[in-house]
Ligand binder design. Structure first.
Ligand code: 13P
Length: 294
C-alpha cells in the first residue's frame, strides 16, 4: 500500500519503534527494500534526493515504478523526497507523485527555515502529502561535522518551530553526520538532548546520517524516541562488498549475475536493519486485501 509518511511515523511514534528510510537510486534497490519489508511485515520508506535524481533516478521513471511496487506490497510504503532544497523542488516532487517531502532549510537562519518550511507544509498538506523538516543541522562526516554541539537542535526552538510550521516529522541534529566517517570513528550521540526533545515534542523524530553510527547507538536512539532512520552510505556499501566478493570468487560473473548479487545484498542489509530498529512484525495484512486506496 502506498501511503504518506505521517501514516507510517505516527504509528512508530505511538508504539516506540523506528522505520528505515533508504536512499534507492535504481529499481533493484527499491525492489530489494520493499521485498525485505514485506517479508519482515514492516513499513518502509524509500527516498532519494535531487542530486541522486540528476545522476541516477529520474522521477518520471522512478516514481511510477516505486508506486506500482508499493501498491502491490502488503505493507505500507512511502516515497520521500530527501533534502528538498526549495519550494519549486517540493512542488515538482508532489506533481511527480512522492507521498512525503522533506524541506531542508536547516543551514539558513532560523526565521527563514520557519518561513520556507511553513510554505511547504501549507502546499503539501493541501495535497494530502506529509512533510519532514530539519532544525539544527546534520552536516557531512567527511567535514568532521556532528562532533560539537554548535549545530545540534535546540529544544526550546524546536517546540516553537513545530508550532510555527506544522511539520509532521522533525529531523534533529544530535551528533550524527552524513556519509562515511574516518576508519574506526563511531559518533557520540547526545542522548540527553534526544530525551529532552522527545519529552517536549512527543512527535515523530528523524535521525539523518544513520550509516556508520554503530548498532548500540542506533538501538539507544530508537529507545530514546527516533522513529525514522535515514541510511544511504551503508546500503551502497553492502552492495559494493557483495559485488567485490563475487568478482573475487568468480571473476567471470556477468552483468546480470552482478546485478542479482547487489540486489540480494541490499535486501539482506535492509532485513537486518529492520530487525535492529524494531519495525518488523508491525503489519499483518492479507496480500489479497492490502488496504491500498489506489
Ligand atoms: P548516510 O549516507 O550517512 O546514511 O546518510 C543518509 C541520509 O541521512 C540521507 O538523508
Amino acid at each position: 500500500m502506498y501511503v504518506n509518511m505521517k501514516y507510517i511515523l505516527d504509528a512508530a511514534n505511538r508504539d516506540n519503534y523506528a522505520v528505515m528510510a533508504i536512499n534507492c537510486i535504481n529499481m533493484e534497490m527499491a525492489r530489494a527494500a520493499i521485498e525485505a519489508a514485506e517479508e519482515e511485515h514492516s513499513p518502509i520508506i524509500v527516498q532519494f534526493g535531487v542530486g541522486q535524481m540528476a545522476k541516477m533516478a529520474h522521477p518520471s521513471e522512478m516514481v511510477p515504478m516505486i508506486k506500482a511496487m508499493a501498491q502491490r506490497a502488503n505493507v505500507p510504503v512511502c516515497l520521500n523526497l530527501d533534502h528538498g532544497p526549495s519550494f519549486e523542488a517540493e512542488v515538482d516532487a508532489i506533481k511527480w507523485g512522492f507521498s512525503n517531502v522533506m524541506i531542508d532549510a536547516s543551514s539558513l537562519p532560523y526565521k527563514e527555515n520557519v518561513r520556507r518550511s511553513r510554505m511547504v507544509v501549507d502546499m503539501a498538506h493541501a495535497n494530502g502529502i506529509s512533510v519532514e523538516a530539519e532544525l539544527g543541522h546534520v552536516g557531512q562526516a567527511a567535514d568532521g561535522d556532528g562532533r560539537t554541539a554548535d549545530m545540534y537542535t535546540n529544544v526550546e526552538q524546536a517546540v516553537e518551530f513545530v508550532k510555527a510550521t506544522g511539520v509532521d516529522a522533525l529531523a534533529v541534529a544530535i551528533g550524527t553526520a552524513h556519509g562515511k566517517y574516518p576508519e574506526g570513528f563511531v559518533p557520540k550521540l547526545d542522548f540527553q538532548r534526544l530525551a529532552e526533545l522527545k519529552a517536549a515534542l512527543k512527535m515523530p523524530l528523524v535521525l539523518h546520517g544513520g550509516s556508520g553510527s554503530g548498532e548500540e547507538n542506533i538501538r539507544k536512539a530508537v529507545a530514546g524516541g527516533i522513529n525514522k532512520i535515514n541510511v544511504c552510505t551503508d546500503a551502497f556499501h553492502a552492495a559494493e562488498k557483495a559485488i567485490k566478493a563475487k568478482w573475487e570468487a568468480e571473476p567471470n560473473t556477468d552483468y546480470l549475475g552482478i546485478c542479482m548479487v547487489a540486489e540480494k545484498a541490499v535486501k539482506e542489509f535492509v532485513r537486518d536493519y529492520i530487525r535492529l530498529i524494531g519495525s518488523n512484525n508491525r503489519y499483518t495484512f492479507d496480500a489479497a486485501d492490502n488496504g491500498s486506496k489506489e
